[in-house]
Design a protein around this ligand. Sequence first.
Ligand code: PLP
Length: 342
Amino acid sequence: MAIGKLPRVRLGEFPTPMQPLENLSRVLGGPRLFIKRDDLSGLGLGGNKLRKLEFALADARAQGATALLTVGGVQSNHTRLTIAAGNRLGLKTFLLLRGEKPDRASGNLLIDEILGAEEIRFVPGLVQVTREKVSPAIEEAVGAWLEELRGKGERPYYIPNGCAPLHGAIGYAGCVLEMVEQLRDADCTADAVVAACGTSSTQTGLIVGAALFAHGELNVHGISVAGSAADLVHRITGQLRDAWKALDLPSPPPEDRIIVHDAFVGEGYGLPTEGMREAVRLVARAEGIVLDPVYTGKAMAGLIDLIRTGRFRSDAVVVFLHTGGAPGLFAKEHEGTFSSQS
Ligand SMILES: Cc1ncc(COP(=O)(O)O)c(C=O)c1O
């Protein structure tokens, strides 16, 4: 089916802005840089999940859902935006969060509380934050909660961590169409797009969009925030296969066209690195744009390294995708991450 014909509800402010990063380009002596501001997608403080939720919630509506149940980490951007989207459409939201309930909410969890989910349950140590699949234990907890909600007369719709890969893929293919049109207005075409890679459906969607709207000539560089490149390439290959089938397209790109860099994760998901600190400060000071410590800070550290190691021609056009996440800066876990000057 054609992407434009798939059922979608409007949640975000699209197209999001495309802005030149002339100062950053000059400081890095690099290619022509742009930033695609999906952090400014609007609802619930914005972020990449809104493009995916527009398709997930259309499906929920088609199924007559009265409530949404989703899972994520305590500092999940995805759960924050799921509550905001549910509020917009008049659906109750139920969250199963991995981790201990903190004494006082901060960052995304604080916004979750302000947005007012119907109920938040904490399950210590179960969701793998960067995977749409969850452990068998959490799967069981989800199944039991769905049953409980049905018993109370709700029609709950389950949204996996970070949304179903197909919804991500479709949502982000549309983002590429916006980029192509916006860059045409700036009289150029992009050679590469660089984005954070977590559950990877954003990257999958960018690859679908590159094939559909950029003649496959746009290289998509995913910067891993957690997994190994080999695992992510394997996962993206499967997601691409499913998306290609759903959209009735001929053969998907071969695995060796999928580019994931895993050198910027540091000690693990959400843990600060020096490269991330440098990247967040550099972009803030050169351009006045604020990144986040978990996703876009590490993705920008990756882009800076790719530029410094000569991966792009000096006349190349490179788009950095700002996927949001700034509430994470105010999480208790990141108190002190930027407190020392360097
Ligand atoms: C702010 C932010 N950026 C990037 C990502 C990564 O997107 P994806 O899970 O589609 O790889 C996420 C979520 O995982 C996110 O919350």
